[in-house]
Design a protein around this ligand. Sequence first.
Ligand code: ZN
Length: 406
Amino acid sequence: MRNRIRPYAWGSRTAIADLLGEPSPAPHPQAELWVGAHPADPSALLDGPGGSVDEPGAPTRPLTEVIAADPVDTLGRPVHERFGSRLPFLLKVLAAAEPLSLQAHPSAAQAERGFALEEAAGIPLTSPQRNYRDSWHKPELICALTEFEALCGFREPSRTVHLLAALEVPALDHYLGLLSGQPDEHGTRALFSSIITIPPSTLGPLLSDVLAACVRRVQVADEFATEYRTALALGERYPGDPGVLASLLLNRITLQPGQALYLPGGNLHAYLAGVGIEVMANSDNVLRGGLTPKHVDVPELMKVLDFHPGDVPILHGDPGLPGERVYRTPTPEFRLSRLEPVPGRREITHAGPQVLLVVEGELQVADERGRILTVPRGRSVWIGAHDGLVWVAGDAVAYRATDGLD
Ligand SMILES: [Zn+2]
């Protein structure tokens, strides 16, 4: 496959270039490598003899066209019946040098309704004001390649009360009372909605008091030092943004390489820094609450948010095939696993489509027609449902994305 890079400003200039073996640092930020068939940036399949010769000028075909030409055979009957003529998942390498926006994604029903309403209102699909660019939900899973820092889901209320009270900022008392009087999802909703809608004239002085208190707490090596430090970093980058205050309500997570987070629809999150493999339903629907120069729509965000507070489970991967760790989620659109080296070859035949992305070493991929591909680090392979029996071998670490139907 030949994959495209999205140059968002928050991207790293080294991580994706290093993975691909290209000159590093790259001249521009490289935020995401898209591996899949999203219409906005589909991967292309090399069309040469054996399909493996990736030279400049080698003939390619967009994966979207390959699927459209023969959707049932390419995707397999079960995937085609459930999701239609489109690849249900999108795989990405995400390389964040700077924080991404505070965001959540809609549920399937919310996405359908939101898309229909914006279509009816005549908001162009390319408009920056557009929330719903398609009618699908977008649950996602991020698996760390390096240490990966994130804010994810609302913290258990009694701990958030503790974190805010320790700041000893009198102007916070009113907000604190919303949660201490009702330490559950209702209190969490009340607190978040008042914070995210504070008028700028109130927010300015409150934020500067809170950030000054964060500086003091960081100096005494508080149990929430990391949380306070995160608010300070966000406050520097996005002065006057209510998302800075809201960040103090969220679980502050550090993933170690190989650990993953599942983010169902409605989960409020912000990726802060690190490199990861991300898989998601093949959608582009994002509702933002702040920490971004992009379009923010708080009322719409409030409609989709899940306010149930608590710890977020970190996924370590369950055993699958030999040497395979599977990150299980309830999402039918995708399944992500990590293949570690094992002696000999192993069969990875699957009834639906598969994408393999090599992150270390070299992977051999063979099919029942006797075709053999050698896939180096940073490269990926498309395996259609009609490719039949497939085996892999070699000393590689690779990520494997498929549908989640089985
Ligand atoms: Zn997201």
